[in-house]
Design a protein around this ligand. Structure first.
Ligand SMILES: [Zn+2]
Length: 244
């Protein structure tokens, strides 16, 4: 799974071969993707997508490639990072800035059980109902795969991925309806954190790839997404990418 970064100066100059004005890059932790084209222009792509969106797609790619344990790891990380995202967005609606929220996050940064507790209660307080989370059966499955080396199969990994989708999608919908401003503030906060580290001369742009879960485009309200359909679409995209 790779991200296409284009030179922002040569982008539409068709006299230059595509391979000299764009490049597929591996995803990274920082969200910043530097690229120097054949003419020496330096572009910095700052990815708009949230980490949980990328992680879910990585899970789907792992399934496509036949790595089912890795798919479960990616889906699990996706859910955990989604909890973090939801906690931060809702906290911001209570008039605290994202820098302060990040400071409050620090003591629970490495403790997923505490993060889950924070998520359940901030969701409960906000939406007056208990959020859907992994039940005991699937928590045990996740732990067995991740911590005990269970070699899982495609059917179980797909079922698990579909479950993660069902947990996240309705909450994205609620958050998008009620906290659009907080979503945009968070995006700007993330962009500015990176922008501060980039030299003034660089050409900066903001790719936003079409992920299965996406807080900017939102869930497809009227369609029930399932992993089987998404995998079919990914197969086509993947073939196109490998031909590029
Ligand atoms: Zn260029």
């Amino acid at each position: 799974m790779k991200l296409l970064i284009n030179c922002q100066k040569c982008l539409s100059d068709e006299s230059i071969p595509l391979s000299e004005r764009s490049k597929y890059q591996n995803y990274n932790e920082s969200g910043q993707y530097d690229y120097t084209c054949s003419k020496g222009h330096v572009t910095a792509g700052i990815l708009l997508n949230n980490k949980f969106e990328i992680l879910f797609d990585m899970g789907v790619h792992a399934i496509l490639d036949g790595y089912y344990r890795e798919a479960v790891v990616n889906f699990t990380s996706c859910l955990e990072r989604f909890y973090e995202y939801a906690i931060k967005i809702i906290s911001h609606s209570h008039d605290v800035n994202y820098q302060e929220i990040d400071e409050a996050w620090r003591p629970i940064k490495s403790q997923s059980e505490r993060q889950l507790g924070a998520y359940i209660f901030i969701y409960f307080q906000t939406f007056k109902k208990v959020p859907n989370t992994l039940n005991q059966k699937w928590t045990t499955y996740r732990n067995n795969v991740i911590h005990k080396g269970e070699i899982t199969n495609k059917k179980k990994a797909m079922e698990y991925g579909n479950l993660i989708l069902k947990i996240i999608q309705p909450v994205i919908k609620d958050i998008k309806l009620d906290y659009t401003d907080c979503i945009h503030d968070y995006l700007n906060y993330r962009i500015n954190l990176l922008k501060d580290k980039i030299e003034g001369k660089t050409l900066i742009y903001h790719p936003n790839i079409s992920t299965i879960i996406n807080d900017l485009t939102g869930p497809r309200y009227n369609a029930s997404i399932n992993l089987e359909d998404e995998i079919l679409k990914f197969n086509i995209q993947k073939r196109l990418q490998s031909d590029a």
